[in-house]
Design a protein around this ligand. Structure first.
Ligand code: ADP
Ligand code: MG
Length: 626
């Protein structure tokens, strides 16, 4: 998995012409925009000197939506029209959203093209449109403070984002009027922010604990180039969960009843979060909770108490850390530096446990909220052509293997999981039947052997294959994953050059938990899968044998077969037909052997007869050795 430095074709410009570029961290909880100005990279503040933009959009009837702190402040009074955490909905279908919706206060309505819409006072809006509002706000901020139009941006996405989620992010940027130079994985951006690409070779872990999600990635720097060795995480673990634990404690202390109003719940969550954040600096915090109508409550929360409450959750982040190390094939001791990303890594207990786990000092000098945007800005500056000598593009990995369905419902993996991108790999396939002129290609994603256990990404057909005997055609199928992680598949018939291709843009994405589940399933079921694969392979072989036999019998059985021999071949073929859909691969194998045995004389005569017909009209001399 060695990585190469690649320069983007046609992206270089004259060195003196500075083009305005920005990096955008489009976060679940908070978003930021950063830029390189006179060699210094930093995030850009709003008019009130605030760098973070809460990723919250409030829709109103007959008025433009509001974004950020103003929207966040309205969340209490107007929860249904105030959309938060929209990143979780990006690239998801109606079905995916149904499960997520249980935890969200919004009203969903199905839209056309399988995209769910959120019903608000300002109309029905898609997650892509909501994200576009956030991006538009950051674009305006950047253009006002840089004093000109942005030539292009780099937008960061979680490393595990699949095609649909990446595509949705790109669509949102386009909708906001931004030119996306490329999408960049968040951990890679963080490593760039620390200049790890400039330092000595070594292995880095990126620990990113944000508002609602946790990600850990292992990167290896090799001769100045990054390689992403593995990624892991938990999509339902973050600062919000810490808030919930603190809120539970407050409810208990204040004697609050469950089933409080929306307004009271939001106030409670805000009080919990404020106390938690204060405890990153102080060892004790006063909690003041004002409730709707009823009495107020004031209490004291100590850091020790907080640590006790949140310890199990902090511990839970170490599971994915172990998994990432295992996938990368390394041990904790091999990790030289650990970069801390995300607001929740300010929590002292988090730092303590992570430092203990990796047994190394943590990199915390750059504000953990800003570090991803800073790395993205550095990359955007390079891609915009402002630094002609450093043309490095960082390469990332794909989260699940990509493959094609072969006979018997098996998945033939063409690009392995954790392969670095961009990448292209080709494999040859052939026809199953004599005279087959079309081939149906089914692109799947996942680690399992059977297609039914993988996720279907796309189907397309290759037509115009010249008719040949089964197994003679050569169809080259190429999988290509571009720098943004988007897949295209090309199938080409090798003799005539007929091609067919598809860009894989599924209408809905795979949830990150599904990715986790699919990985876990593939590990749990490896042995069972092997038996299943053997069974499917024998079933396909049985079909092939019967197909070939029938086509042979139809063409020359009358000349070459006597009645008795014909009867025994038919009996063996019938026996095979009877067991070929059974679930015992040994039985099918035996039946195939029986057919081969019964037809061996016939097959030999056929071969001789075809040699004879090939030689007909020629003189024997021609075939003599010279
Ligand atoms: P995301 O990447 O999901 O958008 P962020 O990286 O912005 O999220 O992290 C937001 C989370 O960080 C919130 O849960 C917030 O409470 C938490 N956070 C911010 N500052 C602090 C702090 N000083 N101490 C503890 N947690 C903090
Ligand atoms: Mg983040």
């Amino acid at each position: 998995m060695a990585l190469l430095q690649i320069s983007e074709p046609g992206e270089s410009t004259a060195p003196h012409q500075h083009r305005l570029a920005a990096g955008i961290d489009l976060g679940t909880t908070n978003s930021l925009v950063a830029s390189v100005r006179s060699g210094v990279t930093d995030t850009l503040p709003d008019k009130d000197a605030r760098h973070l933009l809460p990723s919250v959009v409030r829709y109103r009837a007959d008025a433009a939506p509001v974004v950020g702190y103003q929207a966040l402040a309205a969340a209490t009074e107007d929860p249904l029209n105030t959309i938060a955490s929209v990143k979780r909905l990006m690239g998801r279908g109606v079905e995916d959203v149904k499960t997520l919706a249980e935890h969200l206060p919004y009203e969903f309505v199905p839209g056309s093209s399988g995209m769910p819409l959120l019903h608000t006072a300002g109309g029905d809006v898609s997650p892509v449109e909501v994200s576009a509002e956030i991006l538009r706000t950051l674009k305006t901020r950047a253009e006002e403070s840089l004093g000109g139009e942005l030539a292009g941006v780099v937008v960061t996405v979680p490393a595990y984002f699949d095609d649909a989620q990446r595509q949705a992010t790109k669509d949102a940027a386009r909708l906001a009027g931004l030119k996306v130079l490329r999408l960049l994985n968040e951990p890679t951006a963080a490593a760039v922010a620390y200049g790890l690409d400039q330092g000595g070779d070594g292995i880095t872990a990126i620990y990113d604990l944000g508002g609602g999600t946790f990600d850990v990635s292992i990167l290896r720097l090799n001769k100045g180039v990054f390689e992403v060795m593995s990624t892991a995480g938990d999509t339902a673990l973050g600062g919000d969960d810490l808030d919930r634990l603190v809120a539970d404690w407050i409810m208990q202390q204040a004697g609050m009843q469950a089933g409080a109003s929306h307004v009271d719940m939001r106030r409670l969550m805000l009080a919990a979060r404020t106390a938690k954040e204060a405890l990153s600096e102080q060892t004790s915090a006063t909690v003041v909770l004002e409730l709707d109508g009823t009495a107020n409550w004031t209490g004291e929360l100590t850091r020790d108490r907080l640590d006790e409450l949140i310890a199990p959750l902090v511990e839970k982040t170490l599971g994915p850390c172990r998994r990432a190390l295992r996938d990368a094939g390394i041990r904790a001791g091999d990790v030289q530096s650990v970069v801390m990303v995300g607001g929740s890594t300010r929590v002292p207990l988090v730092r303590e446990r992570v430092a203990g786990f990796f047994k190394t000092e943590l990199m915390v000098d750059i504000d953990p909220d800003r570090v991803v945007a800073v790395g993205a800005a550095i990359q955007a500056d390079i891609l915009a052509g402002n630094k002609p000598d450093s043309e490095m593009l960082l390469l990332d990995v794909i989260p699940l293997s990509l493959g094609i369905e072969t006979m018997g419902g098996l998945s033939e993996k063409i690009i392995q999981r954790n392969s670095t991108i961009p990448t292209a790999r080709a494999q040859e396939f052939t026809t199953f039947k004599d005279g087959q002129t079309a081939m149906s290609l089914h692109v799947v994603q996942g680690e399992r052997e059977l297609v039914d256990d993988c996720r279907s990404l796309a189907r397309f057909e290759l037509r115009g294959i010249p008719p040949m005997v089964a197994g003679a055609a050569r169809i080259k199928v190429t999988f290509q994953v571009d720098a943004d992680g988007l897949l295209s598949v090309i199938a080409e018939e090798q003799t005539q050059g007929v091609t067919s291709s598809i860009d894989v843009k599924p209408s809905y994405g795979l949830s990150d938990n599904e990715i986790e589940t699919m990985l876990r399933d593939s590990m749990d079921s490896a042995a069972g899968d092997r038996d299943q694969r053997r069974l499917r392979e024998e079933q396909v072989e049985a079909d092939r044998v019967l197909e070939a036999l029938h086509s042979a019998l139809a063409s020359d059985a009358d000349e070459l077969l006597g009645d008795a021999e014909r009867a025994s071949i038919d009996a063996a073929a019938q026996a095979l037909a009877a067991v070929r859909r059974g679930d015992d691969y040994r039985e099918i194998k035996r039946a195939i052997a029986a057919v081969e045995q019964a037809s061996s004389g016939y097959v030999e005569r056929r071969m001789n007869s075809s040699i004879r017909s090939a030689m007909a009209g020629h003189k024997v001399d021609e075939f003599k050795a010279p």
